[in-house]
Ligand binder design. Structure first.
Ligand code: 6R9
Length: 650
């Protein structure tokens, strides 16, 4: 970015917390100022207040060797103890998880049940020879045994490395080898959209080239037959048979590793992000309580992400269980058996807090208002969003149709690497603006800088940086500390660069503008994909949009748009012209797409993020780059065919 990033979209709708919500909110005014007086001390207070310690830490932050920061050194604790044992005295019979299987089967799991299952499975892992410091790969769907396996590892100090169940055998093999996992925990099949996903068979292909693996534990989920290798594979039931259901938690050091989670980024081999114990737990518990305003005694909380992603690690497993919440886990697809599955579940369980992603919200919009409108959603009192910038129109729809204009919407910016939410409203305090993640949470700090690292004045855009360490920060890339430094800490020395662009408005609110690799340079203007996409999505015919810059002889790059239409709308030349004019009218002629392709779907990662890199390849008639993290491989070929058929130019 040679110039600051253009600031095109202005949004002046403002939503103020209702007095009722504000009165009882967990986070009250004054908290930012209080945290700012001594931010390290603020985190120390959170750590002492929210975490149960075997030994309390001596200091908050050790910054002797940046960027390899340490938090809460000298402390000893166990996360499984914090998530389970400490609730038993007062809340043993409280529901930890309501689990809903895709075919309709249900389970209710109390804290007592979960404690037993975790104890028993931890003993089973011990019997397989797993001990502190070993790594176990978890390749599972959304079944209760996935959190059980994570917590059993955490109980023993075994590092878990969860690999999303939608990944291929190649992706699994690479991740097993990189982390040198000795045990793989998987299941026969997983249910997804009425079909059986062959997890064990995929794992078997991976296991042909993973020399470190000694054993495979297989949960029976659907019951369809799978091959079992004598001496290596055993059923979950066999593994726990005869094992006692209590297991003493290891007293771990604050900085012992907790898990590895791979994040692919845009290029190169996946990075094994390492999180440790105490800092991670402290920030996850704090943010889960403050941002979602969790009232553990009354709330039914539902984070609809996959546990295989960081959102699930932090806000389905460690945050909610550590805070003693009652959560929901749903196994399957949101449109199975019909488009109203989520709304039916919310009505049935009287869900109070819902956390989902913009990609899901835009799908719900596309499917139509009639599905949520069939159900009583009046139990909802707070809505959250994560994973991508939420377009103002999607935000408004979520607020109006799902939240009944009654629920605060918290747009939460963070990453696998940050471990927990960083930039987000506090629902009882912050005035929200649709599309803005507002400001860093108490105790945290961020800035928007230009190429030379100078802070960009309010009203301008540039690179987002985090200019202060935070407790749940990634500690390294597994096995590659140099890459950790080079990737995140070298672009702006002394500061963390997440790879995202952002602008700040005159109130100091942050507007996330997507990955800087995606930013377009059109006739000397740096234009963010997010702003043009949001302008397209604000047209009533558009459900979803992705834009990329493609090479152009005159302007350097030209804006190429890919648009998915709502419900029954068909894309014709008239609509094409209308959309281009709409963008010009909303944010200015400079951002008018040169071409628009109508497509039934967009290429997305398996966590729902649009893969603009592939659309750039299509737009510039290149061979497609790496497609291994793509959720739907055939979609790119369909789009390529359509792009050649319908090309618009001035
Ligand atoms: C939690 C998660 C991280 C990247 C991040 C950014 C994008 C996430 C966002 C958002 C705008 C938000 N992102 N939340 N962009 N507004 N509220 O998604 O982690 O999978 O590692 O992705 O996602 O680009 O850098 P991860």
């Amino acid at each position: 970015m040679s110039n600051a990033l253009e600031n095109l979209l202005t949004e002046d709708r403002v939503f103020v917390p209702s007095p009722d919500f504000a009165k009882t909110a967990n986070a009250q005014p004054g908290i930012y100022e209080q945290a700012e007086e001594d931010w390290a001390g603020y985190w120390m207070n959170q750590a002492l207040k929210r975490v149960s310690w075997f030994e309390e830490p001596q200091s908050a932050l050790d910054d002797a060797n940046p960027p390899f920061y340490k938090w809460f050194t000298g402390g000893r604790l166990n996360l499984s103890y914090n998530c389970l044992d400490r609730h038993l005295e007062k809340a043993a019979d409280k529901v930890a998880y309501h689990w809903i299987g895709e075919p309709g089967d249900k389970r209710t799991i109390t804290y007592r049940d979960l404690h037993r299952q975790v104890g028993q499975f931890a003993n089973a892992l011990k019997a397989l020879g797993l001990k502190k410091g070993d790594t176990a790969a978890l390749y599972m769907g959304m079944v209760p045994e996935l959190p059980v396996a994570m917590l059993a590892c955490a109980r023993l100090g075994v590092v878990h490395s969860a690999v999303f169940g939608g990944f291929s055998s190649d992706a699994l093999a690479d991740r097993i080898n990189d982390a040198r996992s000795t045990v793989v925990i998987t299941q026969d099949f997983a249910w997804r959209a009425g079909k059986e996903v062959a997890l064990k068979a995929n794992a078997d292909i991976a296991l042909e080239r993973t020399p470190s693996v000694r054993n495979v534990v297989v949960l029976r989920r659907t019951g369809s037959p799978v091959a079992m290798q004598e001496g290596r594979d055993l059923w979950w039931d066999e593994a726990i048979a005869g094992q006692p259901d209590t297991c003493e938690p290891e007293q771990l050091d604050s900085e012992d590793p907790l898990y590895i989670l791979y994040t692919s980024g845009t290029t190169g081999k996946p990075k094994g992000i390492v999180h440790t114990q105490a800092g991670y737990l402290t920030q996850v518990l704090t943010t889960h309580s403050q941002v979602f305003d969790l009232k553990p005694d009354t709330d039914i909380y539902w984070c609809a992400a996959d546990i295989g992603w960081v959102t699930g690690h932090s806000y389905i497993v460690y945050g909610p269980l550590g805070n003693g919440a009652t959560s929901l886990i749903y196994e399957g697809a949101p449109n199975f058996p019909d488009f109203d599955r989520l709304w039916q579940i919310i009505e049935e369980y009287k869900v109070n807090i819902l956390y989902t992603a913009p990609t899901a919200i835009r799908s719900f919009m596309k499917w139509g208002d009639e599905y949520p409108q069939k159900h009583d959603l009046s139990s909802l009192r707070l809505l959250g969003s994560v994973g991508e910038p939420i377009n103002p129109e999607a935000w408004m729809w979520y607020h109006r149709v799902i939240g009944g204009e009654r629920c605060p919407v918290v747009d939460t910016w963070w990453q696998t690497e940050t471990g927990a939410i960083m930039i987000s409203p506090l629902p009882g305090i912050t005035k929200t603006k649709p599309g803005s993640a507002t400001r860093p949470l108490p105790g945290l700090s961020a800035d928007v800088v230009d190429e030379d690292g100078n802070s960009v004045p309010l009203g301008g855009g540039g690179f987002l940086v985090l200019d202060r360490p935070w407790p749940s920060m990634a500690r390294t890339i597994y096995g590659d500390p140099d890459r950790f430094e080079a990737t995140y800490w070298s672009r702006f020395p002394g500061r963390y660069f997440p790879g995202d662009g952002a602008k700040r408005d005159t109130d100091g609110y942050f507007w996330l503008l997507g990955r800087v690799d995606d930013i377009m340079l059109v006739a000397g203007h740096n234009i963010s994909t997010t702003e043009v996409e949001s302008a397209l999505v604000s047209h009533p015919s558009v459900a979803e949009a992705a834009v990329v810059g493609r090479k152009d002889e005159v302007t350097g790059q030209a804006i190429a748009a890919f648009v998915t239409l709502r419900g029954n709308v068909t894309g014709d030349d008239a609509l094409l012209k209308e959309l281009r004019d709409h963008v010009a009218a909303t944010i200015g002629p400079i951002a008018k797409p040169k071409s628009i392709v109508f497509t039934p779907d967009l290429p997305k990662t398996r966590s729902g993020k649009i893969m603009r890199r592939l659309l750039r390849d299509i737009s510039e008639n290149r061979q497609l780059g790496d497609v291994t993290t793509l959720a739907n491989e055939s979609v790119v070929e369909d789009i390529a065919a359509m792009a050649t058929a319908q090309t618009t130019e001035d």
